[in-house]
Design a protein around this ligand. Structure first.
Ligand code: FUL
Ligand code: CA
Length: 460
């Protein structure tokens, strides 16, 4: 009996699961956060620094992490993730394991620590903090030797023990040569073991997780079908990762809960370049990316690089504030007045409208009753349909339909057909069609398990 228990424990700890951990479930609700690429590249106009930049290059004149937080909040973002160290090896904190850090720079006479300032600002502003620590390091003299794996763990330990709780940790897949022309063989197995010990609630990003997965492109979008499960056996991080289409869709019956995160920059590059000031994505462009990432059940990490002053540029911050305003305007007032489950008038559906993703309805067993009918407050053209699946026990819906009642022809018509729902779907509705009655129909589920729908909303 005891050994069976331990085998079970082992299996659930190390082999992943087809449902989220409590930390992952919370991560799903984080939806949108900012990415901050900041470092020597900001000052040299590069994207991939060489690692030979002098430390004095890094010298923001007016670093203002509170401004970053204000901008994040104006966009409705719930956290920030910063490049603590990018491929050039420069550390934005005074690491004891490198001589290429803020301590060696002129900035604040070598007494500055960007991570300290950001983690304090996040606490003041009620935002979550995440960190990016590039495994590829073009500066560190030990890169390309087995000692570097120890150095990586030591620097990761500094990040994971000195700046409070982290909601996410980023392992970039890019892997090139170090200063000695060598390539590193990373000991990700140990990195993971150590990370989990120090920050069990940090969701670890990489091509194959373990916490969340890359979506397979840097445009910030994911396709219509988006399963949170992924099979990782035989795949590596970086080169050797799963094919793009698998990263996009996940695996229908995949063994591990490794949901998708979409990454994209508000500018063409990841770092700030003055020449790109006229190429900042517009609020409507950001909204359309939001629909195709968060609206398809993924999380969106939107890169907004601080400029040489150490502030987010006024063009970027204006676009983000306007995006935030559009988002609120388009998804604020839920027009659903009441809902009925599969023609069973007696079953209360209030849990679908309580804005709590943890309360849900289980769809009936009978095939012909697997729909929820909604009565809206008035007749009109509806713009967006939002639906969320409760994920605590896994993801199951594999086909669904949104129908509207045509009040002139007196019949139900199909407005949208989709596959997965997952964390959430935000679906644009046809422009011309007026109605005050809509239906969500669940057409099929994985293994025929009864779907759990947690929230529904209709916006105008
Ligand atoms: C890539 C990096 O090489 C880019 O510089 C950037 O950090 C992006 C988010 O990931 O792999
Ligand atoms: Ca609910």
């Amino acid at each position: 009996m005891r050994s069976i228990f331990f085998i079970f424990l082992f299996a659930t700890c190390f082999l992943g699961a087809q449902k989220p951990s409590p930390a992952q479930l919370e991560w799903h609700a984080t939806e949108l956060y900012l990415f901050l690429h900041f470092g020597p590249n900001t000052f040299t106009d590069m994207e991939w620094g060489l690692g030979t930049e002098t430390e004095d290059m890094f010298n923001p004149t007016n670093l203002d992490c509170d401004q970053w937080c204000t901008v994040a909040k104006s966009a409705g973002a719930k956290g920030l993730i910063i490049t603590a160290k990018h491929h050039d090896g420069f550390c934005l904190w005074p690491s004891a394991f490198s001589k290429h850090t803020v301590r060696e720079s002129k900035w604040k006479d070598g007494k500055g620590d960007v991570l300290r300032e950001l983690s304090n600002a996040c606490k003041r502003n009620g935002l979550k903090l995440g960190l990016y620590l590039s495994p590829w390091d073009r500066n560190h003299p030990k890169y390309g030797t087995s000692e570097y794996n120890d150095i990586y763990i030591k620097t990761m330990t500094e990040l994971m023990t000195q700046y409070g709780d982290l909601f996410e940790f980023w392992w970039d897949g890019a892997n090139g040569e170090g200063p000695n022309g060598k390539r590193q063989v990373y000991d990700f197995h140990r990195f993971e073991q150590e990370a989990v010990k120090m920050q069990p609630n940090a969701v670890i990003f990489s091509d194959i997780g373990p916490g969340c997965r890359w979506a397979g492109n840097e445009q910030g979008t994911i396709g219509e079908t988006n399963w949170c499960m992924l099979d990782t056996a035989g795949f590596k991080r970086g080169e050797g990762g799963p094919p793009t289409d698998t990263l996009q869709t996940g695996n229908f019956n995949g063994k591990n809960w490794i949901p998708a995160e979409c990454d994209v920059s508000i500018r063409p590059g990841w770092f700030y370049h003055e020449a790109e000031d006229s190429k900042v994505k517009t609020p409507e462009q950001i909204w359309s990316i939001y629909l195709r990432s968060v609206g398809h059940g993924a999380n969106l990490i939107l890169n907004v690089p601080p400029d040489r002053s150490g502030r987010i540029h006024p063009i970027d911050s204006a676009h983000l504030a306007e995006f935030g305003r559009l988002k609120t305007q388009r998804t604020k007032d839920n027009l659903v007045q009441s809902g009925v489950l599969g023609g069973q008038k007696q079953v209360g559906t209030a849990v679908l409208f309580d804005r709590n993703p943890k309360t849900y309805m289980r769809m009936p067993k009978q095939k012909n009753l697997q729909y929820i009918e909604l009565k809206l407050t008035s007749l009109g053209v509806n713009r967006f349909f939002k639906v969320q699946e409760y994920l605590g026990d896994g993801q199951f819906v594999s086909a669904f339909e949104v129908q509207g009642y045509d009040t002139t022809a007196h019949q139900w018509i199909s407005l949208y057909k989709g596959s997965t729902i997952g964390s959430r779907r935000l679906i644009p509705l046809p422009d011309e069609f007026k109605t005050d009655r809509l239906r969500l129909v669940v057409l099929s589920t994985r293994s025929g398990v009864r779907a759990k729908i947690s929230e529904i909303a209709v916006f105008r």
